[in-house]
Design a protein. Structure first.
Length: 331
């Protein structure tokens, strides 16, 4: 279903908490282009995808120190978009690294300072707009990590600070030490846990909620058939949403979403993303992509709104789906 690129005039930028920054409601999540769990990733196509994101109207890009065994994600952002730096809102994260190709949390102040400097060198910039603690480290007092990030904020290495994969209690503790602009949890039609406490807390405290997995690792994009066989090395089968009865129920839901999307003249991904970015309290949705066509389609999820009848049809489909089994990215 071919569509025209999103016109920026049609996209209302959103406040990123109290930072003074403004971002597009669809952002590019730059984990897939690192090639760690996504198969068939090439540098050429990754660079083309990053360029296509900007050309499609996206200004918000999310990466991390650990996106790639050797920082591939951050390096590719520099190669593709370094000449367009002033057009971008760049977010990166620290506090996770690799040892023997296994992720390890380390949020000690010295580690956060070192990783920040490494990320800035990779990105080819002297500051980012948003720097997250990737996840609280159970071996390090959260106040120490927050203090280190506050120092980086005061030193001008970042314009704002965020916290990812955290509970409300952890955000409250963090915010007592360091001004908190954004949080980054998972959220999508099938994983709505944050509606209970995280979203209300963030709305009360003017903290932007930037969600990952809005398409649930491709499941809600409508491109995975019921008979899909995952290749060896694909990380998705380890999640319950892609297994057994849960897979079948989720495919039933996607079939219903496809019918609603078709009647609306949209793709499933466009429909799902538009629903996501218009949920109360959501600032932006991070859309992972490794091909230009994917990110262009994702960008078409913004700049318009579902009708009341379409929202009602989606709500009814979700009610029929029932309560799903969920699991996060960082456990």
């Amino acid at each position: 279903m071919a569509r025209e690129p999103v016109r920026m005039a049609a996209v209302k930028l959103r406040r990123l908490g109290a930072s003074g920054l403004e971002v597009t409601p669809i952002a590019m999540g730059c984990w897939p282009i690192a090639g760690v769990t996504s198969l068939g990733v090439t540098e050429t196509e990754s660079l083309q995808t990053l360029e296509a994101a900007v050309d499609s109207g996206i200004n918000f890009f999310d990466t991390a120190h650990c996106y790639g065994y050797e920082g591939e994600s951050e390096l590719r952002i520099r190669r593709a978009l370094g000449h367009r730096r002033e057009e971008l809102v760049l977010a990166t994260k620290g506090g996770i690294h690799y040892e023997d190709r296994r992720q390890v949390r380390d949020a000690r102040p010295a580690t956060l300072r070192r990783q920040c400097e490494e990320s800035l060198r990779r990105l080819g910039t002297d500051r980012v707009e948003l720097l997250y603690l990737h996840a609280p480290d159970p071996q390090v007092p959260l106040a120490e990590s927050a203090g280190a990030l506050r120092e980086l904020l005061e030193a001008g290495k970042t314009r704002s600070i965020g916290l990812s994969n955290a509970t409300v209690a952890q955000m409250e503790e963090f915010a007592r030490i360091c001004p908190l602009t954004a949080c980054q949890p998972h959220f999508n039609m099938l994983q709505r846990e944050i509606e209970v406490d995280v979203l209300p807390w963030c709305r009360r405290n003017d903290v932007a909620v930037v969600v990952y997995w809005p398409l649930l690792k491709g499941l809600l994009a409508g491109q995975l058939s019921r008979q899909h066989v995952f290749e060896p090395g694909d990380g998705r089968p380890k999640y319950p949403m892609f297994q057994g009865a849960e897979w079948d129920r989720n495919q039933d839901l996607v079939d219903e979403l496809r019918q609603i999307a078709t009647e609306a003249g949209r793709t499933v991904a466009e429909l799902v993303l538009n629903w996501t970015i218009h949920q109360p309290g959501i600032c932006a949705a991070l859309c992972g992509a490794r091909r230009p066509g994917q990110i262009a389609e994702n960008a078409r999820g913004m700049g318009w709104r579902l009708s009341e009848s379409e929202r009602g049809a989606i709500d009814a489909a979700l009610l029929r789906r029932g309560t799903p089994v969920s699991r996060g990215a960082v456990t």
